[in-house]
Write a protein that binds this ligand. Structure first.
Ligand code: MEV
Length: 317
């Protein structure tokens, strides 16, 4: 049996970094997905391939000894093999249209789709179990993850997320259009998160003040999202960017992109860890193609909409 699952990437509208320290974040799943196909094999190996390369480990290998970009997926496969007392290996094929290392949740979506695809080789996966396994897998390479990215990838739509507490689906019948501009400067989420942690430890009062401001901003932003008040949502997005600059996760190149795109959109900001990666801007549906066209003269740019489906599992016997 071949098992196929897919999961969406994400943008963070409000609250990245703050969410690692207990403040709520608002995230959207986007219409860029990863698809993972897995199959039991007759060997004693777990083999993984993607556009980035191929790697294989014996099923007996201890996960601590695995030094590979595929470590989270080896972790998932090993855990499921052990739980099911399966004595052979698994082949995993990753196909993604989410840019890597750009803040669009590629790694989390891969963890979710891999957990769903491999679990489904043994039994029908349940969303909360997949989420737990995906977060555990992501922690093998990024121990401080808030879990926000995996959560929105599992459930789809727009969510409010508080680390270790809960998530809520923000119901809206409206369609939102965003432009994504990729700075093409790769970043390490883990390194930027550590840098913010250092900022917090050295500037406790400023950091706590920013968390309070972010909380208030999010209350205002959620009301505006539900009323489809794009002007106010855009202003909140731009304000969130200012808070992120105060945390030190922006840079001149990102600010330059924001300055250009803000002129034609409701508001723009970093999405994800920052210090590289992507900028998002909230746009009017009728303007999006024109804005993408202008941005494309200098940058990689495209429009995205919200994915309402989240993780999906398909059977192909
Ligand atoms: C990364 O997409 C978002 C961060 O807030 C880290 C996390 O929530 O785990 C920077």
């Amino acid at each position: 049996m071949i098992s196929k699952a897919s999961a969406p990437g994400k943008i963070i509208l409000f609250g990245e970094h703050f969410v690692v320290h207990g403040t709520k974040a608002i995230l959207c799943a986007i219409n860029k997905r990863v698809t993972i196909i897995s199959e039991k094999n007759k060997s004693q190996n777990i083999s993984i391939k993607s556009s980035l390369g191929e790697n294989s480990i014996p099923i007996s290998e201890s996960i601590e000894n695995v030094d590979s970009m595929f470590k989270p997926f080896f972790f998932i496969a090993k855990k499921i093999i052990n739980e099911n007392n399966f004595s052979n290996g698994i082949d995993i094929d990753i196909q993604s249209d989410i840019p890597i290392g750009a803040g669009l949740g590629s790694s989390s979506a891969c963890c979710v789709a891999a957990a769903a695809s491999v679990s489904n080789l043994f039994s029908k996966p349940e969303k909360n179990q997949i989420l737990e396994l995906a977060i555990e897998a992501e922690q093998t390479i990024f121990p401080k993850t808030s879990g926000a990215d995996c959560t929105v990838s599992v459930f789809g739509g727009i969510i409010g997320y508080e680390k270790g507490i809960t998530y809520e689906i923000i119901e809206t019948e409206h369609e939102f259009d965003f432009i994504v501009v990729n700075s093409k400067k790769p970043h390490s989420t883990s390194i930027v998160v550590d840098r913010v942690n250092k900022f917090k430890n050295e500037n406790k009062e400023i950091f706590n003040g920013l968390c309070d401001d972010e909380r208030k901003l999010i209350i205002q932003a959620v009301k505006a999202l539900q009323k489809f008040d794009l002007e106010t949502v855009g202003k909140c997005i731009s304000q969130n960017q200012i808070f992120l600059e105060q945390l030190g996760v922006s840079n001149d190149q990102l600010l330059e992109i924001i300055k250009i795109i803000e002129k034609e959109t409701f508001g723009a900001k970093i999405t994800g860890a920052g210090d590289g990666g992507c900028i998002i801007a909230l746009t009017d549906k009728n303007e999006k193609e024109a804005v993408v066209g202008h941005m494309k003269t200098e940058y990689e740019a495209y429009s995205v909409t919200i994915d309402k489906t989240g993780m999906q599992v398909f059977n192909d016997n």
